[in-house]
Design a binder for this molecule. Sequence first.
Ligand code: IMP
Length: 423
Amino acid sequence: MTQTLVVLGAQWGDEGKGKVVDLLTDRVDVVARFQGGHNAGHTLVIDGRKTVLHLLPSGILHAGVECIIGNGVVLSMAALLREIHGLEERGLQLRDRVRVSGGCPLILPSHIFLDQARETTNRGGGKIGTTGRGIGPAYEDKVGRRAIHLAMTRNESDFSARLEELLDYHNFLLRHWYQQEEVDFAEARDEMLGQARELRPMIADSVDILHQRREAGHKILFEGAQGSLLDIDHGTYPFVTSSNTTSGAAATGSGFGPLHLDRVLGVAKVYTTRVGDGPFPTELFDATGEHLAKRGNEFGSTTGRSRRCGWFDAQAVRLATRINSISGLCLTKLDVLDGLERLKVCIGYREGSARDDSGQLQPVYEELPGWRESTNGARALEDLPANARAYIRFIEDTVGAPVDIISTGADRAETIILRQPFD
Ligand code: IMP
């Protein structure tokens, strides 16, 4: 029996995890985030209504589901409150089911300025194409043992002293390294203390809660953010995010022991996209790339940036399968390929071709026939054209993991479930 499941991105993010988590939440009691921050953008479409979540776990739209933000998440209190207020305006009751770990390092206003300064000036390495949400600088402070944890806001005078010292350091960098404006301490303190007071009832010992739920037999879903190839250790460094996005982080970022994680569902588009800079071996710059961008509506849900598009990279997803122990795949956006005459899948990279001028590996492709019929909204494998089924089978074989779910449209209902991950 599956009691706990990790759902994570097997590519460079934006694989459609939000929809899948929301779909599986029908069967779970708890959804927990364990890394990243509000750089994530999880889009859910329910009965035609679109919701984009950045920080709250994607289970939040299901009444009665407990939503946990684990210690591995870097927390912008402002972003969390914005999201809570937005959902409350729509009549959702959620404060009594959101639990935020007191161990979350806080994102300060200065982290955001530092992130943006690093991207716009050429100091401290080249541009990464970050989401500009302060994620990198906040994780730096965590590892540098300078971070302020959410729980530290409980003691307001202690919090103020810590904030003043950390802001001193950030302001030094902003002024002298980046030649930018400083952040005003009193303003930041008052703003953050106000936010902390509002969030206080939601601060919890999330480690204890998760284990209590596990011991009571509740089903728990761990929701990853970004994608495996953006992992700080295993991704396309330095063009990565600043957290571990792979399954081990579900344990460290929540306090759940790794042997309590039963299965890992890797979510991958049937093609590939990437936002931000960095290597992308199968990237397309032609009409097919435009087709994917247009049909797939490939614009970042956090920043609105256009996503780069390319063929499915089985080599990359195979790597993701290994480093995450992916037990099953969820393939998304199958319908975006409808109408393409021929499809290519990258099955490896050309031997000995190190890197070409553009810094990209040379992919080796296998060509497969496309299909003309619409797969949009299909709910059973038998409804798919034979070539679509063959394409999926090919992915399964080259990646080396079974396909459990196929998504054929944005709505929760537009899904083919071959094997229920929570069996
Ligand atoms: P950061 O996480 O804002 O520091 O950005 C680092 C890299 O991760 C950039 O290439 C971003 O575009 C990418 N990134 C961060 N969050 C997401 C996401 O949720 N989806 C896709 N890419 C992301």
